[in-house]
Write a protein of this length. Structure first.
Length: 580
């Protein structure tokens, strides 16, 4: 008997650990599996009668990336002191990563458990054996890394030559000499050609999909076993066919990479698509494609141009308006979105500060696919032809509208102009000029009777003069108005501000009974009650920090009627003001 094995070891049971790294090895490397089980005879020769075999981890790698329940159970039994020896055909079967290997050796040292392999017996309490086990563990880990590195390098070199074909997409077959050939079944080839043909005619991935759905056509798909199934097409299916370089006759490898993130202590694998310049291999004209490579490149440019991002023209849009999807804001270069109000289409860029009625067209020149860049704080002169609308003549024929149903009773002129500016995508400078020909739009003017040009407003807004007069304030000795903009947050949620809110004698909103505020809750700024560019461009927001005064802002698409009780409250307070 070996001198390292003592009586206290033999009184406890021995555990034989059997493991193979993959399911393929479990199915095909049967001789290696039998040799591991024959280690029971060696344990009997060393003096153990009670032997427990742990083979739960067959088909699991010991690299540390998989959970091994058999190994964890074995370590738990050793910690409890129930095991006198742990055995394996080679010690590399236990672990091929330092963490689990050092854990097993340290636990065996503490509870005095020996390790047994085909060659010798190791006593971790002896310094020489512990040193030898540490070296073997490091060598086992290094060996695994070396084998993996060699395999990956060989795989990459084969891919760079275009000889590595992992799987064939639908429409192709993989030959024995690692080449791709078209599927001989013409029923599979024709739908794929139809995808490229329809995209060439329509120019949109989504519209191509809708054409297939409208005609009830199906597309072929490959099962994991390599069989062809016919399925209802989806956007992802059409997009993958149009963007896969294989259909353009090119060999491509390394288009994606796998990243590992840890969530809750568990590894999560995710695939990330890499840009083309980071692909490992791209070899055009490597096999027969469904389209020529030049045609495939034009398709990619068309798909990228359809993105609704800065620097992209965008996909063609439907509708009655001209140049849909091609107009951009003159100031911020944002793409203008189109809204149909029933009277005339309205274009807006969505930028609160830089909505404007003057636009330029990117599609007029081939190189006009990018937005003008900023130089410091100034915007450079655009390199594109300008489409200028006469901003001084605001007429409904050009799409400038204001519906009377948007107005609430006794609404202030500031609130009316905010709605007019929002509905027609105008800048504050354009709207401020409506106050009068001699008014400086940046200095502004107080919305008082006798100062504001009511006739000019009535001509452009289409509102009766009586309504506009009631939207202006007229200070008297008894009724004084605040010089600061005062508001009720609940009213601004509806897009409403009344002249009643400006009364200094009033501290609460007549409808909501909320405290009237004049300062921004974020920066403490108090906005003057003057119609200026700064106030008009900060719709329902603080003119200093642009913090919203209310939870929601007014748009022409979410107009909510005022409650009858609130109407009566504002009317009563307005009439009391008039009597005073």
């Amino acid at each position: 008997m070996n001198e390292k094995i003592r009586a206290q070891h033999l009184t406890r049971k021995a555990m034989l650990y059997v493991r193979q790294s993959s399911a393929y090895q479990v199915s095909h490397n049967l001789e290696s599996q039998k040799l591991q089980y024959t280690m029971q005879d060696r344990l009997h020769q060393l003096g153990w009668n009670e032997i427990e075999v742990i083979d739960e981890d067959l088909g699991r790698s010991a690299a540390g990336t998989q959970t091994r329940t058999g190994f964890e159970r074995m370590v738990a039994e050793v910690c409890l002191g129930h095991v006198g020896a742990v055995a394996a055909r080679e010690v590399s079967r236990f672990a091929r990563n330092s963490r689990e290997w050092q854990q097993l050796v340290e636990v065996c040292r503490i509870v005095d458990t020996v390790l047994v392999d085909q060659e010798t017996v190791y006593a971790p309490r002896r310094s020489n054996d512990r040193l030898l086990l540490g070296l073997k563990g490091s060598l086992n880990e290094y060996e695994l890394d070396l084998l993996r590195q060699r395999s990956l390098e060989a795989r990459r070199e084969k891919a760079k030559r275009g000889e590595l074909v992992v799987a064939a997409p639908v429409g192709y077959c993989k030959t024995e000499d690692q080449r791709l050939e078209k599927d001989p079944d013409l029923r599979v080839q024709d739908p794929i050609r139809s995808v490229f043909r329809q995209f060439g005619a329509i120019g949109s991935v989504r519209q191509t999909l809708l054409w297939f759905l409208e005609h009830g056509l199906q597309l072929p798909a490959c099962t994991p076993r390599g069989e062809i199934q016919w399925k209802r097409p989806s956007y992802g299916t059409v997009y993958r066919i149009l963007t896969n370089p294989i259909y353009g006759g090119a060999y491509a490898y390394g288009k994606t990479e796998c990243t590992i993130n840890y969530e809750g202590g568990e590894p999560r694998k995710r695939d990330r698509r890499k840009p083309r310049n980071e692909w490992l291999a791209l070899i055009p004209n490597a096999h027969d494609g469904y389209v020529q490579w030049d045609e495939f490149e034009r398709i990619q440019c068309a798909i990228n141009g359809n993105l609704r991002l800065a620097g992209h023209a965008g996909a063609p849009k439907n509708g009655e308006a001209l140049l849909a999807g091609l107009l951009r804001c003159r100031r911020c270069a944002s793409k203008l979105t189109l809204h149909y109000t029933g009277i005339a289409p309205i274009r807006s860029c969505g930028n609160t500060r830089y909505a404007t009625a003057v636009m330029y067209i990117l599609a007029m020149q081939p190189d006009a696919s990018s937005s003008p860049r900023r130089s410091g704080t100034l915007l450079q002169e655009p390199r594109f032809p300008i489409l200028t609308l006469d901003e001084s003549k605001l007429t409904p024929a050009l799409g400038y509208v204001f519906r009377r149903k948007w107005r609430y009773p006794h609404e202030s002129l500031i609130s009316i102009l905010w709605k007019f500016e929002k509905a027609n995508a105008l800048s504050g400078a354009v709207v401020a000029r409506l106050m009068g020909p001699d008014v400086d739009p940046y200095e502004g003017v107080a919305p008082r009777r006798g100062i504001v040009d009511v006739d000019r407003l009535r001509e452009n807004l289409g509102l009766p003069g009586k309504v506009l007069h009631s939207a202006l304030i007229e200070g008297t000795e008894r009724q004084r108005y605040s010089d600061a903009f005062r508001f009720c947050r609940h009213c601004l949620t509806l897009g409403y501000h009344s002249v009643v809110h400006q009364l200094e004698s009033l501290s609460q909103c007549p409808a909501h009974q909320g405290i009237l505020e004049s300062r921004c809750r974020r920066c403490g700024h108090e906005t003057p009650h003057r119609i200026s560019v700064r106030l008009l461009e900060a719709r329902y927001r603080c003119a200093n920090c642009l913090a919203p005064y209310a939870r929601y802002g007014w748009t022409p698409y979410n107009v909510q009627p005022m409650r009858p009780g609130h109407r009566k409250a504002f009317t009563r307070r307005y009439l009391e003001r008039c009597r005073c």
